[in-house]
Design a protein around this ligand. Structure first.
Ligand code: AMP
Length: 293
C-alpha cells in the first residue's frame, strides 16, 4: 500500500502517519524529518536546506525528489509507505509519478486532511507548549511568523495537488478537524474501501505478545531499523513486539535460503508462495515461543 498524506502544516499528517505505520506495517517517509536529520548531521543536503527550512520556504524539488527516490529503494519500504510532506509541488508530483513508473510501483491513494486554517495556529502553539513541557527541542520553523509563511506556501504550491490527484481519481478528502481517533477511523475506512488490510500475522502476534509483554519503553515503537540495530540484532529483544518482528525477519530469511537450496538441488526456482507461507508458520511458532518466555 502506497499512500500520500496531504495537508497543511499542523493538520495532523505526522500523527496519522505514525498510527498507520503501526496498523498496516508500512513505513512513514517524511521529507521534513529526513531534511531535519540532514541538517543535524551537517550533510551537504542539510547545509543547503538549513536556512530555507528555518525561514519556512521550500527546499528545491530536485533535492527532495532525490531523497525520496533513494528512500523508496530501501528494503523496509518494500511493503509500502506513507509519504508525509511529499510531494509539495506539482513538479514534485510529476517527478514522483515518473519515478514510481520507473520502479514499477503503483500509488494507491492520496488522503487529504482538510482543516480550518485559523485552528492551525493554535494547534502549533499547543504542540510547541507540550514539547517545551517535555523538555524537547523546539523546531526553528514552529513560530507564528514562519507558520504563516509555510501556510502561504501550502496554499500557493501544494494545494494545486488536490486538483492534480482528484483528476487522476486518487484523492480522498477527510475532515481533519475531527478528533484524532475519528480521523484515524475515517482514513481506515477509505483504505479498506481500496482493499487495504492489516497484516494478519502481524496483528495477531503483536497484539498477543504485546498483551504479555512488559510495558514498552517510551519511543521504542518509533525505533527504526538502522545499521546500529542490525549490529545489535543478536542482543536479547527488549519486548515481545520486537522479538516478534525479529522472528518474522529471521525465519523468512532462513526459509528463503532453504527453499533456494532445495530448488537448486531440484534444478528449479523456489516457489514464492510456499516460501512465504512457510516463513509465516515458522514465524508464528517462534513468536509464540518467545512470548511465552
Ligand atoms: P515538514 O516537517 O513536512 O513541515 O517540513 C519542514 C520543512 O522542510 C518545510 O517547511 C520545508 O522547508 C522542508 N520540506 C519538507 N518537505 C519538503 C518538500 N517535499 N519540498 C520542499 N521542501 C520540503
Amino acid at each position: 500500500m502506497r499512500i500520500i498524506l496531504l495537508g497543511p502544516p499542523g493538520s495532523g499528517k505526522g500523527t496519522q502517519a505514525q498510527l498507520m505505520v503501526q496498523r498496516y506495517g508500512i513505513v512513514q517517509l517524511s521529507t521534513g524529518e529526513m531534511l531535519r536529520a540532514a541538517v543535524a548531521a551537517g550533510t551537504p543536503v542539510g547545509l543547503k536546506a538549513k536556512e530555507i527550512m528555518a525561514s519556512g520556504g521550500l527546499v528545491p524539488d530536485d533535492v527532495v525528489v532525490g531523497i525520496i527516490s533513494d528512500r523508496i529503494d530501501q528494503p523496509d519500504a518494500r511493503n509500502g509507505f506513507i509519504l508525509d510532506g511529499f510531494p509539495r509541488t506539482v513538479p514534485q508530483a510529476e517527478a514522483l509519478d515518473e519515478l514510481l513508473k520507473q520502479k514499477h510501483l503503483k500509488l494507491d491513494a492520496v488522503i487529504e486532511l482538510r482543516v480550518n486554517e485559523s485552528a492551525l495556529l493554535s494547534r502549533v502553539e499547543t504542540r510547541v507548549a507540550q514539547m517545551r513541557e517535555r523538555g524537547e527541542e523546539i523546531r526553528a520553523d514552529d513560530t507564528p511568523e514562519v507558520l504563516t509563511k509555510r501556510l502561504a506556501s501550502y496554499r500557493n504550491q501544494t494545494e494545486p495537488l488536490i486538483h492534480y490527484y482528484s483528476e487522476r481519481r486518487k484523492l480522498s478528502t477527510i475532515d481533519g478537524m475531527m478528533a484524532i481517533d475519528e480521523v484515524t477511523g475515517a482514513i481506515h475506512r477509505q483504505l479498506v474501501a481500496l482493499g487495504a488490510t492489516e497484516p494478519k500475522a502481524r496483528a495477531k502476534s503483536t497484539s498477543k505478545s504485546a498483551a504479555r509483554a512488559a510495558p514498552a519503553k517510551k519511543g521504542a515503537a518509533k525505533a527504526k531499523t538502522t545499521k546500529k540495530s542490525a549490529k545489535t540484532a543478536k542482543k536479547p529483544a527488549k519486548s515481545a513486539k520486537e522479538a516478534a518482528k525479529k522472528a518474522v525477519k529471521g525465519t523468512k530469511k532462513a526459509a528463503r535460503k532453504t527453499a533456494k537450496k532445495v530448488a537448486k538441488k531440484a534444478g528449479k526456482k523456489a516457489p514464492k508462495k510456499s516460501v512465504k507461507k512457510g516463513a509465516k508458520k515458522a514465524a508464528k511458532k517462534v513468536t509464540k515461543k518467545r512470548a511465552k518466555r
